[in-house]
Design a protein around this ligand. Structure first.
Ligand code: ZN
Length: 299
């Protein structure tokens, strides 16, 4: 038999519950807001410089695609930014999408080396940034431990041909395929990956030079092998002319990234590139100050 209050309708213990609810609801709302703020801060502030997660923009692009189109274009090794997008063999064109998010893709070519690559890895780790390393097959064979460290620290290893010798890489379609397959096999065996993100960077770039005709026809070859290729739209200039000072490299990055929403920056981790290491922290801090987030080429 319930005990009624003076209003005669509501049980007394219900009033107590109401009081409890008035106390608990603000506590709950405050706790939820606090938890949401922590999540927001962790994702957008801490993760933004080097999010290994699929990007919000890429996710939006993926969900915007009709299901049938997505099914046709996703292959097992396609993740992140390229997943769900119609595969363009020229990855740079896909990355240069105007989505209002400034993204910097740091790329290091011609390693791995024992003298320069570990120093670059140390800097990237300090800033919690993931980058892409276009490695040569002969260098992976020479320095497998460094290649493994690149992979284990969360960076993407891209294919930069086996010999990097233009006269061999571009001599014939068969030679071109063989160079790429050798590196693919080395990446898989060295890192223990079964599936890799198939991205190639043409030694010397995909356009121009003595072997230009062959390069153009090999773009179709790459596509049939399930590869995309990626040139660059910014650089630190560490491959041009003689050794440049760190200040010159930083200046080159400022000039070549100016006005661009998405930047794929060409740098090198070959043995002679000591000023590339020296300049890297300032380059990263400049890009952060300009509002860029950082990502691997596979998003
Ligand atoms: Zn190269």
């Amino acid at each position: 038999m319930p005990i009624y209050n003076t209003y005669g309708k509501r049980p007394i213990f219900a009033k107590k519950k109401r009081k409890l609810a008035f106390f608990l609801i603000p506590v709950f709302i405050t706790a939820s807001a606090f938890a949401a703020k922590i999540c927001f801060t962790q994702y957008y502030v801490e993760k933004t410089p080097a999010s290994p997660e699929p990007l919000p923009a890429a996710t939006a692009a993926m969900t915007a695609l009709p299901e049938a189109a997505a099914e046709e274009t996703i292959s097992p090794v396609q993740t992140g930014v390229t997943a769900g997008l119609t595969q363009n063999v020229n990855l740079l064109k896909t990355l240069e999408r105007k989505d209002g998010i400034k993204t910097a893709y740091l790329t290091f070519d011609d390693g791995p080396t024992t003298s320069v690559t570990p120093k670059i890895l140390d800097i990237l780790r300090r800033y919690n940034i993931k980058a892409t390393f276009f490695e040569q097959g002969v260098m992976i064979e020479a320095n497998p431990d460094v290649a493994r460290r690149v992979y284990e620290e969360g960076h993407l290893i891209g294919n930069h041909s086996y010999t990097h010798n233009y006269n061999e890489v571009y001599a014939s379609e068969q030679a071109f395929i063989s160079e790429i397959e050798k590196v693919e096999s080395l990446i898989k065996h060295t890192t223990g990956q079964e599936n890799i993100f198939k991205v190639f960077r043409f030694p010397g770039g995909s356009d121009g030079g003595k072997w230009n005709d062959n390069k153009q026809s090999y773009k179709q070859t790459l596509s049939s092998m399930g590869y995309v290729y990626c040139d660059w739209n910014a650089l630190n200039g560490d491959a041009e002319g003689g050794v440049k000072t760190a200040e010159q490299l930083i200046e080159e990055v400022k000039e070549t990234t100016s006005g661009k929403e998405d930047v794929v920056i060409l740098m090198h981790d070959s043995p002679a590139k000591k000023t590339t290491v020296e300049a890297l922290p300032a380059i990263i801090e400049y890009l952060i100050s300009q509002g860029y987030r950082f990502s691997r080429l596979d998003g």
